[in-house]
Design a protein around this ligand. Sequence first.
Ligand SMILES: C[S@@+](CC[C@H](N)C(=O)[O-])C[C@H]1O[C@@H](n2cnc3c(N)ncnc32)[C@H](O)[C@@H]1O
Length: 541
Amino acid sequence: MAAAAAAGGGGEMVVVRLPPLSEEDPLFQDKKRILDSQNLSCLFQVPISCVAADTLKLLDKMIQAARVAHMDELELYFYGDDDFGPLSARNELESLNLLLKILNTLLLTTNDDAKEVLQILCDEILCRLRTLGFKDNGQMIVQTQNQAMEDSLLEWGEQHGVKTKLQVAFFQGAGRGMVASENIGVGDIALEIPESVIISEELLCQSDMFLALRYLDSITTETILLLWSIREWCNPSSNFKTYFEALPANFNTGLSFGIDALAALEGTLLFDEIMQARQHLHQQYDELFPMLCTNFPDIFKQDIYTWDNFLWACELWYSNSMMVVLSSGKLTTCLIPIAGLLNHSVSPHILNYGRVDKATKSLKFPLSRPCEVGEQCFLSYGKHPGSHLVTFYGFVPKGDNPYDVIPLDLDTSVDEEDSSSLSVILSQTTHMVRGTWLSRSEGPPTYGLPQRLVSHLHAVLNCGQNESTPEADIKENDRMVLETILSIFNPMLEGLGEPDDLSRENAHWDVKLALDYKDLHRRIVLSIVTSCTSGLAILDS
Ligand SMILES: C[S@@+](CC[C@H](N)C(=O)[O-])C[C@H]1O[C@@H](n2cnc3c(N)ncnc32)[C@H](O)[C@@H]1O
């Protein structure tokens, strides 16, 4: 989707054209409906003589259109008709960066008068990008620590062609992270890693392990890579010795939770997620060992391929790997020395990365929002809910995570004599909630709850209504919906019990993390209960 743009009629207008919505996008129809309902198109004519305030009003419209274009499924689900955004930090970053790219391209080709108005737009976008995440830095406290390992890793990287504007620092509760060693602007490359130091299956191809196992159907290349990394970790003459030496001895993810932490999670979905993941890994280990040690004793030494080392490698790959398109065009899971020191944020600096530049044969990490000297530079690990981050990464991120949702398994058995619009609502069977503090509306008709969920319950509870429905009936219908939601979430809240601050102070890392996650879960459930209760109070008043 290339951005098209041109200078318009007689030099009086600048035409800013957003890429049209793709019909291939599964959300195309929904996005088009929203754009139409907001009277937005992909084409904006900015008068060159516009006063600054009018120019900024036009920019607001452009940003709204870009937000809709970048909506994902979750944002669409929680979208309310009168919600113009911002929808999430990710969406905002994508939208503002798209516009900046289009405007910067226009700046290269337009005349001086047009440049002035374009510059006003660019400056405003940069200003908005600067405000998107100031909170991150203050929330992580820098610690002073011996960083000999990290210094060696950076030196090794430099010798192998790594270029960086970042350095390593230690943060309480997050281990190592990377901070900007100079001011880094939007679009600047914070880190550049040569493909030759990326650990991927392409590196593995020539190894004795790969040659021995490649014909075994039951073992995937990813598993061989994981087994290879265990051996390299223990190999003092590995080409990646400096990288493996600088890795943590323990990853402390949910996969290593002890019995007390698991007990603390009872009543949450995370308990099931961790148990299933652990069971899967145990099963995988039991299928591989001791079989491989018996069949390939020269390659698989028993003392190296222990369950503990296997779990360490699984945690390494889950918490440190990235999906990258290599110069060969292959999309594959990789370990990337030095880039693996970047921590995650829901409002990251680096959002778009993951394709090796064929010209330079390097993987570049450009900034989507500026990072000032001394500020921690964050990456996005992806659109993950807290439960996934605890299980596979071992932390709950700070700030509002829009992917923290509670799925609802609603009984949708209703009479089939419904109208077509009703069937559309009912066919949407996957419903969910998230913290209602993320919602912009509190009162009727949705009371801070997702519009799609409320419409679904209206349909299921047979409270079809239209413009001529008397107010008393509308209120009664709303009451039924709110009471139904309360009947789901009140028992959930009771099941979660009270927060337990005392036992947390001296608790082990895993119990603390489990309790942090439970607090988050409780906060979401409580917000639903509170919104429903306030809604019922509004209906009573
Ligand atoms: C790719 S590594 C990042 C470097 C890591 N901090 C280290 O010291 O090696 C991913 C791990 O960093 C930690 N981490 C990343 N982002 C974090 C955050 N926002 N808060 C707390 N810990 C974080 C988690 O332990 C996660 O498993």
